[in-house]
Structure formats: structure tokens, C-alpha cells
Ligand binder design. Structure first.
Ligand SMILES: [Zn+2]
Ligand SMILES: [Zn+2]
Length: 332
């Protein structure tokens, strides 16, 4: 009998689905690409035909210009070559999907990046039992436990209200994290204007065009220091320590990332208020998901593969690591 999943090849530049002649999240331009979500390490420009959710295609067009894209909505099944393919929610960012493939009676699920906790800006992860689960492992170590999102948001608001002469500058990945922070703040009753760095403007607009309500937002370029005092300002992580932040009123520097669990990372970026908010599964979410899907095999991509591989083996699940290159979730 053929090895399980022998029709899928893990190449350095991505996952190749042979009977469909398609690549998943390839790091190099390919004739046919299936893209799990819009983050730039997964969705690159220059492909021939792109199969992705309408939201992901819109994100790619915002970044790279017109795509020869074929939109596929959640739970629609299409046949490509000899493979039935379906995109189901991954709970990571707007439009993010797991790719479910069936070929010759085998079902393989590629998780893409995912998380299990609720996120008001995107559809919740849908578990699909399968023979082979190809999972990410960005936070694949038991030390990674993301606290409750609500308690992190309360810390942010508490800090904001403790000194109305300052602003709190939150570093957040421009796609997904920034909009999630804004909607979480709104859900906690914070309806003051939120200021944003110009680099996240187009993505804010894109989220709103898909029905995610962000409330009153203002561009920092049109505001005075005085106006921004006592307010939250959202910027991409790269802007936290650059000249741009001098226009802000004595900012308390915060950053929202799963990496904030590691003190040294917070110190490197001069972060005063680390907020542990991630769009990736933590250790418990990874292992709970594998238990729930009960796959025969787990293949592990970008992250700390060793610990998760070991966990699978001790739970009688065959596991291996795939050495794909070019996936970086540094700020996530
Ligand atoms: Zn991602
Ligand atoms: Zn990733």
C-alpha cells in the first residue's frame, strides 16, 4: 500500500499537490497557487491562477494589484485535476482558511495559520477530521500559553486611563491584529476615537468593506499632540521606535503579540506594556486540535516542530516535520 499522503510533496518553496498540479502558499511564483490567507509570507504576488477566499483575494489585490484569482467561498467544494478541494475557516485573520483536500479516499487538511479562540473579525476555526493534518507550530512549546484576550484588553484600558496626559501606542501587525484590537476595544465599551498610523489605513477600509465595524478612527497625520493625549494609537510594529512616534504625546509603548510572552523580545523593542495577544494557536490549542481531529499522521510546518512531534508520538500519532522555508511570523 502506498504511503499515506504520497500525493502531496513538501518542497522547500511550499506544499505541492501533485494530482492537481497546484502549490499551497508557495514562496516562489507558480502557475497555480492555493492561498490560505493574506499575510505576506503566505500570499505572495506573481502567481498565475490564484485560488483563495474572496477576502484573501481582496487583500492580495490591495497589496499586489489585480490577480487572476478564482474566489472560493467557505464550504464550496471544487474539483481541480483529481482533487476535491474545499476552504474552511481557520480563525486566524479575515478570510483565512484551512485547505481540505480529498483524493483516492484520503483526506488531508492543511491548517495554514490558525487559532481556536474567538476573534470578532473573522469566522471561527472549523475542525475537520482527517487522515493527515498538516499543522503550523509557531507557538509549539508548552511555555506558550496565551492568556484570556479580555484580561489583556483590560490591562491596556487600565493603563490608558491611569494617565490621560499620555497616549498608549499599540504595535500590532497591520493585517488582522490591528483590526482585532480595535474591535475587542469596542466590545469592551471603548468608543473613543482610535488613532492609526497611515500604514494600516487601507486594511482598515478593507475590513470595513467586508462588514467588520471599527468605529471612529482618525489618522495620526491630521491630529495634534494634544488631541491624541488620553487616546489609543495603533501602528505596525516597525513604527514603534521610529521618528514617526515623536509626533505622539509621551506614548506608553505597547505591543500585541504572542511573542510578548518572552521578556527579552519585549525589551528588544522597548515595549513598556507587553500584551500577549496572538492570532496563532498556543500549545494547548495545538494539542487540543490534534486530539479532536484524531488524524493518523501529523505533519508539522513553520515553528518549533520538535516538541509537538514528541507530543504526537507519546499520543500514538505518527508525526514528522516539513522543512518549508520563508514562513515568518515574527510580529504575530
Ligand atoms: Zn498568518
Ligand atoms: Zn504563517
Amino acid at each position: 500500500m502506498a504511503r499515506l499522503g504520497s500525493w502531496i510533496k513538501a518542497e522547500p518553496e511550499g506544499i505541492y499537490v501533485e494530482p492537481a498540479d497546484a502549490w499551497i502558499d508557495p514562496s516562489q511564483p507558480k502557475a497555480r497557487a492555493w492561498v490560505t490567507h493574506g499575510h505576506s509570507d503566505h500570499a505572495r504576488g506573481g502567481h498565475g491562477a490564484v485560488l483563495a477566499t474572496p477576502e484573501t483575494l481582496a487583500i492580495m489585490e490591495t497589496r499586489y494589484g489585480p490577480q487572476s484569482g478564482q474566489p472560493i467561498s467557505y464550504d464550496e467544494t471544487i474539483r481541480v485535476g483529481e482533487v476535491d478541494v474545499r476552504f474552511v475557516p481557520a480563525g486566524h485573520v479575515l478570510g483565512s482558511a484551512q485547505i481540505v483536500m480529498e483524493h483516492r479516499g484520503e483526506r488531508i487538511v492543511v491548517s495554514g495559520d490558525y487559532k481556536r479562540r474567538p476573534d470578532p473579525t473573522c469566522a471561527c476555526f472549523v475542525p475537520v477530521p482527517c487522515d493527515v493534518f498538516i499543522t503550523e507550530a509557531t507557538f509549539g512549546l508548552p511555555v506558550f500559553h496565551h492568556p484570556d484576550t479580555g484580561s489583556e484588553m483590560d490591562r491596556l484600558l487600565h493603563r490608558l486611563h491611569s494617565d490621560p496626559s499620555r497616549c498608549v501606542l499599540v504595535g500590532a501587525y497591520a493585517l488582522g491584529k490591528a483590526q482585532r484590537i480595535i474591535t475587542e476595544l469596542r466590545a469592551r465599551g471603548h468608543h473613543d476615537p482610535i488613532y492609526f498610523h497611515g500604514a494600516i489605513e487601507r486594511l482598515n477600509q478593507l475590513y470595513e468593506s467586508f462588514g467588520v465595524e471599527l468605529g471612529e478612527l482618525r489618522h495620526t497625520a491630521t491630529a495634534t499632540k494634544q488631541e491624541m493625549a488620553g487616546h489609543i494609537v495603533i501602528a505596525p510594529p516597525g513604527a514603534l521606535n521610529d521618528r514617526w512616534s515623536r509626533r505622539l504625546p509621551d506614548p506608553v509603548t505597547a505591543m500585541a503579540s504572542g511573542w510578548m510572552r518572552i521578556r527579552q523580545r519585549a525589551r528588544q523593542r522597548n515595549v513598556e506594556l507587553p500584551l500577549i495577544i496572538s492570532d496563532h494557536a498556543d500549545w494547548d490549542e495545538l494539542t487540543t486540535t490534534i486530539r479532536e481531529l484524531a488524524p493518523t499522521e501529523v505533519w508539522i510546518t513553520h515553528g518549533r516542530e520538535e516538541a509537538l512531534k514528541h507530543w504526537c508520538m507519546t499520543h500514538q500519532i505518527k508525526a514528522c516535520e516539513l522543512n518549508l522555508v520563508g514562513y515568518e511570523d515574527e510580529d504575530d
